[in-house]
Design a protein around this ligand. Structure first.
Ligand SMILES: *Cc1c(COP(=O)(O)O)cnc(C)c1O
Length: 409
């Protein structure tokens, strides 16, 4: 059998290795390949939430809103913007789910375009985009009498500048793109694709769910218009933790969001007869913001800030390269193909492997405490959350995949 690199040696020289112990469950024998769907909690989050329940919620009661909670959606948003998103203050807010943020910003964007140029009647989206993004685009197109233009990327890739250029033009109102494709892990070129949209006069909305805290993001430098993303994946905010939305400062006064609730009003506690939107990013809030999940996410943002996104990305690339090395050496002879880009520059934080028996293999692995994800039609998704995954874990997990496949062969 061909040699693979020794995981113990890789862990020994990994400058971020020690951070793994800061996560709950780090010493369990479980191999966790799903931190890109639900990140592990940080131990400090358990303490922080306990303190919050006792002291802030339990002690300050309703006074907590005035004393600090009202400012958390934008305060944590600014910090997330600085550390993870490449966004200057005043452009990011936290609250709602990704799905709701997507709806609000997609609707705001197409309505704005229609007001300024009624010939812009198309929403461009790709067939490999996440289901919620595609379904929302369909719904909004039906609601507003618009049409969808579909980009069809290759299975092991994503939206390239060539594909996008061929799809946008004077009819495009909005383009909805994922920075990292949830199936293939293709990493789209944020700067180049944003430029193509803007040159066509289209607005662009970036979905950063699979990218935030895994790959470097520079929303301001790209010239992005809008963005959304989850906080329960690489941001470890916990199940159902609130998402974030980004609206570039230059657009905030131009856009009208469709769910105008009291939390987006200019003076929340005036409870005035008519709705007047708040200035800035606050106008994109709707209802009472969920505080617990955003506190958990903030702990992860603090850790990323301590380590730096460049180091996170370097570890992520090393982990995914190692997974590909093991797959090529051990699994290719068993019929497994790598369905993610081999070029690190175009690869996000996970690696998808293709095999016709993936469904059954993933089920067996879960029973054995090895936890990858299954994705239709025949993909095993190996999610490698950079700060909570070791090289030893990658080695053990892919050895388990090999064993399962060999068993059934
Ligand atoms: C995980 C994910 C979502 C999930 O949206 P929710 O509203 O949190 O369910 C949306 N888009 C992408 C690209 C995702 O990866």
């Amino acid at each position: 059998m061909t040699e693979v690199r020794d995981p113990a040696e890789l862990d020994a020289v990994d400058p971020l290795a020690a951070h793994r112990d800061r996560f709950v469950g780090a010493s369990d024998p479980v191999v966790y390949f799903d931190g890109n769907s639900l990140g592990r909690p940080l131990a400090v989050t358990g303490e922080r939430l306990g303190d919050f329940v006792r002291e802030e919620w339990g002690g300050r009661l309703i006074r907590g809103w005035d004393e600090s909670w009202m400012d958390l959606p934008t305060g944590i948003g600014d910090r997330l913007g600085r550390v993870v998103l490449g966004a200057a203050p005043g452009q990011v807010a936290v609250g709602d789910s990704t799905t709701v943020w997507l709806y609000k910003l997609m609707r705001a964007a197409v309505d704005h375009q229609q007001r300024t140029d009624s010939g812009r009647t198309e929403i461009v989206v790709d067939t490999d985009n996440f289901p919620t993004d595609r379904y929302l685009a369909e719904g909004i197109a039906a609601e507003r009498g618009l049409t969808l233009r579909w980009i069809e990327p290759e299975a092991d890739a994503g939206v390239t500048p060539e594909l996008l250029s061929a799809a946008v033009g004077e009819r495009t109102a909005l383009v909805v793109l994922c920075h990292v494709a949830y199936k293939s892990a293709f990493l789209a070129d944020g700067a180049a694709l944003t430029r193509i949209c803007r040159d066509a006069g289209a607005l662009v909305l970036w979905d950063l769910c699979h990218a935030a805290a895994a790959v470097p993001i520079e929303l301001d430098a790209w010239g992005a218009d809008l963005a959304v993303g989850c906080s329960y994946k690489y941001l470890n905010g916990g199940p159902g933790a609130p998402a974030f939305g980004y609206v570039a400062t230059r657009l905030q006064g131009e856009l009208t969001q469709p769910i105008q609730g009291w939390m987006g009003a200019r003076d929340v506690f005036a409870m005035a007869p008519g709705y007047e939107p708040a200035a800035g990013i606050r106008r994109f809030l709707s209802g009472t913001p969920p505080i617990l999940g955003m506190l958990a996410m903030e702990d992860m943002v603090a850790l990323v800030e301590e380590v730096g996104m460049a180091a996170v990305r370097a570890k992520s690339l090393a982990l995914t390269a190692y997974a590909i090395e093991l797959a090529d050496t051990w699994l290719a002879p068993l019929g497994v193909g790598v369905v993610s880009p081999r070029d690190g520059e175009r690869r996000g934080g996970h690696v998808t492997l293709g095999h016709p028996r993936s469904r059954e293999v993933v089920d067996a692995l879960w029973r054995a405490d090895v936890i990858p994800d299954y994705r239709n039609p025949d993909g095993m998704r190996i999610g490698l959350s950079p700060l909570s995954t070791s090289f030893a874990e990658v080695h053990a997990g892919l050895a388990a995949v090999r064993e399962q496949l060999a068993r059934g062969a």
